[in-house]
Design a protein. Structure first.
Length: 235
């Protein structure tokens, strides 16, 4: 039977209230790119509802051993977003406990996790500003992925390798992909760009990795790496 709930949450467990952020985490390696970037508001962690629809950690069902389809709907009249997965529908009406920021609906992480996975244990890591359960990971990073990508591309805009990277992709017709990785203390991020494809007699592969470090209120490029793995293609 399909289960529906209307969410208007105002109270959150102290485990997900923000505390003092340490300057450095014990292990400052870059995290795997597996969660969604949320936000903190009044000490509470929020997850972007639409991003959950494509998050594999959230979509995976252990009992069925497969990824479930997740559907998102928006009712403009009632200002209500709904997320449906596995016959259960989570409704969130903008207001107390549900935020609308830049056209995106954000819901409290704990409410979302408890609805779909009531037996999951929820953790809050103050050093990385990350909320975790067994099925949902939400980061409260200082920049969205789009903001971080914009900062990195602006910092690289005059580098000859960056210009050549785009020139190659346009001339050869290669698709580009990009993603962001943060270190655990959220003082650095890597912007990773990649393109590849087989065209004619060649297997093309290009990559760029730029590290950005926060210095005061600014983000500065501190390392840059360009790779060309192109080789002849032998079918």
């Amino acid at each position: 039977m399909k289960k529906t709930v209307l969410v208007c949450v105002s109270v959150m467990s102290g485990a997900l209230m923000i505390g003092p952020m340490s300057s450095f985490a014990a292990n400052d390696d870059y995290d795997a790119y597996g969660g969604v970037n949320g936000l903190l508001s009044e000490g509470r962690l929020y997850a972007p509802l639409r991003s959950m629809a494509t998050n594999n950690l959230f979509r995976y069902d252990e009992q069925l051993d497969k990824y479930l389809e997740v559907k998102i709907n928006w009712n403009q009249k009632t200002q209500t977003a709904s997320l449906t997965k596995g016959g259960k529908t989570f409704n969130a009406t903008v207001g107390n406990g549900v935020l609308l920021r830049n056209g995106a609906v954000y819901v409290q992480f704990k409410a979302l996790s408890n609805f779909f996975y009531p037996n999951d244990y929820i953790k809050w890591d103050t050093s990385s500003l990350t909320g975790n359960s067994e099925h949902i990971t939400v980061y409260a990073r200082p920049l969205t992925d789009n903001q971080a990508l914009t900062l990195a591309t602006n910092a690289m805009s005059k580098k000859k390798q960056w210009i050549q990277f785009h020139k190659n992709n346009v001339e050869i017709g290669l698709p580009e992909s990009e993603y962001i990785q943060w270190n655990k203390s959220l003082t650095k991020f890597k912007a990773v760009f990649h393109s590849d494809g087989i065209v004619g007699d060649y297997d093309y592969s290009y990559g760029i990795e730029a590290e950005m470090t926060k210095k005061g209120n600014d983000w500065t490029i501190t390392s840059f790496h360009y790779s060309d793995g192109t080789r002849r293609y032998y079918p």
